[in-house]
Design a protein. Structure first.
Length: 488
């Protein structure tokens, strides 16, 4: 640990369910951010492809799913920018606060600006803001614990509970407004939720440890002009490519996939080639590569809740409850219910097992394989017509989604902070989110295959590939663990 880190390391604090008190503050802002994020995303896809008579924009379904996948990938891709600004300019805590403000403005744009212009403006702002908040909220949680603190995984599981409280209520309330008084009222509620989170967070900022505001590798003032010119040039290039129709709604997912792969390779190269990281730090980054691959495979299936599963729920799922048809977006609240019920259970298990719990590579392997099993569970319902899949069947499938998620996602957030070199604390978290970006963008592209492929082939092949990747990671778990140099 560096001298700065030692001087600002968090003191022992057990006042929030055995966790540091400041976890409650970050828990709150993340909960409201997820309320707005998932509330908006719960109605976004159907807003894009519903006809104008139903309040939508009438975009072809496959194109709309690709846009949603690309947007989701863009959210996680932009974590690179948020992490870089934190590590080189402002520190994680400040970027978190400013990003929450940008997110709120994005939801306001979706609520108030009609048509494609509102979608483009709102999604760009939400994507950049969410990218900045995601990596830095996770990094700030990491600063609450010393590296050897056994409460870390349990703390991240509780943090994940906050995420899913927001993810549960968001789609329910925005979906209810969308189905009764219109899409833009649903988007407006998302803006209100983010505003509440921003105000709540403002009152607790001062309690966070000083290390949360520390800038690990400050950018020299002499180089600021260069980076400003690069940023402006990048924006101009994107605008020109859009105007020339090189970037279109139909190919956006592919572009985000390509950009994410290039960014991930470049980021690994930058970290591994840095002369100031130690040999153990370099080995830990190498160990992160197979975890990155497994994570990308997992998220390419899991994030189809917002593409293929949404379309499936709209067209195939029996959503009738005692003569009333529940909104499509409510299906997205099923997974958070299970997260809320089970995250505490998983946190208690990891805490009780302590040093005897399975290693991170094993947790990743099992989580990826279980996600593959979830896709295979769609096979008994293949070939049915409208309302042919019982709601109970979908609930069972999403329960398996949840078990897979709890084995991989909070653990991935935690391990990214444990494996991070000192100079790349927040940027290592961004690398984990790059795996989510890749998987999310792929989920949008796969939705196009779902339009044309037989369902048995679609769910069977994707489920089988995920299981195979999980098995391979399990086989190589011990070599990966050795590279982690004492981190489990």
């Amino acid at each position: 640990m560096s001298k700065v880190a030692e001087a600002t390391a968090p003191r022992e604090d057990h006042s929030f369910f055995g966790q540091p008190r400041s976890l409650a503050n970050i828990f709150g802002v993340e909960m409201w951010e997820r309320f707005s994020f998932y509330g908006m995303q719960g109605i976004l896809l159907i807003y894009l492809y519903y006809s104008a008579e139903r309040g939508g924009l009438g975009i072809p379904q496959a194109t709309a799913a690709g846009v949603v996948g690309a947007y989701g990938g863009g959210v996680y891709l932009s974590t690179i920018l948020g992490a870089w600004v934190a590590d080189r300019l402002l520190g994680s805590e400040r970027v978190l606060f400013y990003s929450a403000t940008v997110i709120m403005l994005g939801h306001i744009a979706l609520a108030l600006i009609p048509g494609v212009a509102g979608v483009a403006t709102g999604l760009i702002l939400v994507a950049f803001g969410s990218g900045g908040l995601k990596a830095n909220a996770t990094s700030v949680v990491g600063t609450l614990y010393r590296p050897e603190d056994p409460r870390r995984d349990a703390g991240f599981s509780l943090f994940y509970l906050g995420i899913n409280l927001g993810a549960f209520f968001g789609p329910i309330l925005t979906g209810l407004l969308q189905s009764t008084i219109g899409f833009h009222f649903g988007f407006g509620l998302a803006a209100v939720g983010m505003a509440i989170g921003l105000v709540q967070y403002s009152f607790g900022r001062k309690r966070l440890p000083d290390i949360a505001r520390h800038v690990p590798d400050p950018l020299p003032r002499s180089r600021w002009t260069l980076y400003i010119v690069i940023a402006v040039a990048a924006v101009v290039v994107v605008i020109v490519l859009v105007l020339l129709r090189v970037i279109t709604a139909s190919n956006l997912a592919v572009i985000v996939i390509g950009a994410t792969i290039v960014a991930a390779i470049a980021y690994f190269f930058v970290i591994l080639s840095n002369r100031h990281i130690t040999g153990d730090e370099r080995n830990r980054v190498y160990a992160f590569i197979p975890l990155f691959i497994a994570s990308a495979a997992f998220w390419s299936l899991y994030q189809q809740q917002f593409t293929v599963v949404t379309i499936y729920s709209d067209e195939r799922l029996d959503r009738n409850l005692f003569g009333w048809e529940m909104p499509v977006s409510w299906v997205q609240s099923i997974n958070p219910v299970f997260i809320i019920l089970l995250s505490g259970v998983f946190a208690a298990i990891w805490t009780k097992w302590g040093a005897k719990q399975p290693s991170t590579p094993v947790k990743f392997a099992v989580g990826t394989a279980v996600m593959g099993v979830a896709f295979l569970l769609f096979l008994p319902f293949v070939g049915g017509g409208k309302n042919s899949t019982p709601l109970l069947g979908m609930i069972g499938i999403l329960l398996v989604f949840t078990i897979a998620e709890l084995l991989l996602s909070p653990v991935g957030l935690s391990v990214s902070t444990k494996l991070a070199p000192e100079l790349f604390k927040t940027q290592m978290v961004a690398l984990f989110f790059l795996s989510v970006a890749l998987g999310t963008a792929v989920s949008g592209q796969l939705a196009k295959w779902y339009e044309t492929a037989p369902e048995s082939l679609y769910f069977g092949v994707l489920g089988g590939i995920a299981i195979l990747i999980g098995v391979l990671l399990a086989v190589f778990a011990r070599p990966v663990l050795r590279l982690m140099s004492g981190v489990r």
